[in-house]
Ligand binder design. Sequence first.
Ligand code: MV4
Length: 495
Amino acid sequence: MFKKILIANRGEIALRIIRACKEMSIKSVAVYSEADKTSPHTKYADEAYCIGESPSSESYLNQNKIISLAKQVGVDAVHPGYGFFSENAGFIKEIEETGITFIGPSASSVEMMGLKTSARQLMSQNKIPIVPGTIFPINSISDGLEEAEKIGYPILLKAAGGGGGKGMKLVSTKSEFASSFESAQREALKFFADDSVYIEKYIENPKHIEVQIFADKFGNYVHMFERECSIQRRHQKIIEESPSSCVDDKTRKKITLVAINVAKACGYYNAGTIEFLMDKNLNFYFLEMNTRLQVEHPVTEMISGLDLVKEQIKVAAGEKLSFNQEDIKINGHSIETRIYAEDPENNFLPSTGKLLEFLTPSGPGIRIDAGFSRGSLISRYYDPLIAKLTVWGRTRDEAIKRLKRALGEFHIAGVTTNISLLKAVCNNINFIKGNFNIDFLEKEFNNEFQNKTASSDEIENVVVIISSLLKVRRASTEIKNTFTDNNKWAELQYE
Ligand code: MV4
C-alpha cells in the first residue's frame, strides 16, 4: 500500500481524499495556492506546499510544479480529485513516467473517452445503445445536411472534443443547418482547439441518469447502481440522488449491465461514471463517460455503505476488488444538494466574501462535505461550491423530509447562497413526485424562483412566507444574508 499521497486539488474534495488517507494510515500532502493558504485542506493534510498564485492556471493547473513537487516530497501516488488534472491524459502519462501512480484510470482510457466521436465508434462496435447520429466528424455542409436528413430533425451539433454541453447547437430545420454548423465549428475550435463537430438526434425532455462503475487492474468490474442528476441549471448539477425514482428493477438491470460493458470496452480501471439520457419510455442512450471520481459520489456511498475514495486508492495500489457484485446492495435513499455561493434572486451571480457565519446541519442521516469553515474567504478564483449536503433516509420520502430539516439548520452569513432555491425545490410537488427531467428548474422556476414558487407551491406556503421575511430583513440589515428564518437556531448553536 502507498505510504504517501499528494492531493492535486483543493476544497471539499481535497478534504474528502485526506480523510480517506487518514483512515488508511497514509500520509497526505496538500498543495495550495496563495488564496488557499489558510483553507481547511491546507491545514488538515500532514504536509502542505504552496504551488503558486491564486489563479488556477498558476497553481492547481501548474503541471510541472505539481509533478516536480510530487517527486521532491517522495509520494507514491497522486489523487487528482475532480476537475483540474483529473481527466488530463497528458498529466497521467507524465506522472506515471516518473514512477508515481495516478489514482484513476489509464491515460489511454481517458483519451478514448475524451474524444466523443472515438467513444461513439467504440460503443457502436460493442453494441452499446448510443444516441442516434454520426460516429465521425462532419466534413462539409453538404455531408452534414445529408446525415441530418437521415437522422431526422431536430438534431444537435456537438463538438467531438467537447462534453459538458459547451459548443452544442440545436438545429430544428434544414434551413438553419449551414449557419449553425459553421458557428458550432468556430466554437469547437475556440473551446477545444479542434473544430470537429458531429451530429446527434435531439432527445427531447430526457432525464440524466448515470451509473457508477468500478474496476480493478485484473479485469474485475462492478457497478454501484445509478444516480439521478436531472436537476441542474446550465449544466451545473444542483441535486443528485440515488437510486433514481424513475428507474424500475428491470431497467436498472439493463442500464447497469450496459454501463459495465462500456467500461470493459475501453479496458477501464478505477472509478468511472457512464452518463445516459433516458426518455419517458425508459429508453436510454450512452452519452459520455466521466473518467474520474464525481462530485456526487457521496449519494452512492450513502446507499452502498462503500468508501469510494478508499477503494480508488486500493485499486490504484494494485489490490483486487475486495467485493463482488452480489455484495453491493441498495440500502435506502440518498440525496445530495450543492450549496453554491451565488444569488438565485440575481441571475445566480457568484457571491464572494468572508464566511462570517458558517453553521452546518447535523443529526441522523446527514453528511456534510465542505471545503470552508467560519472565517474562510470565498474568492472569485474557483468554483463557487461551498459545501455538499448529503442526506440518507430509508425511503425517498424520508430523505426529502430530512433534507428540508437539514437545509433549515444551515446558517451562513457573509455570502449569498442558493439554499433558498434548494428549499423551494424540496417543496415542489413535481420534485416530490419524482416527476422531472433536465428542464425541471427552468420549467418550474423560470430562473426567477420566487415568483414561480409562490404560484406552483402546492405543498406548503413556507417559501412564500420566507421570501417576504427575507425582503424585510434585507432592508434592515448590513450583512447580505441568505436565509434568516432560522436565527433562533443559530443563536442556540452559538451558546
Ligand atoms: C443531449 C441532449 C439531448 N439530446 N444530446 C448536455 C451536456 C452534454 N453532456 C450533453 N448534453 C445534452 N446532450 C442529445 N442528443 C441534452 C443534453 C442536455 C443535458 C444533458 C444532461 C444533463 C443536463 C442537460 C441539460 C441540457 C442539455
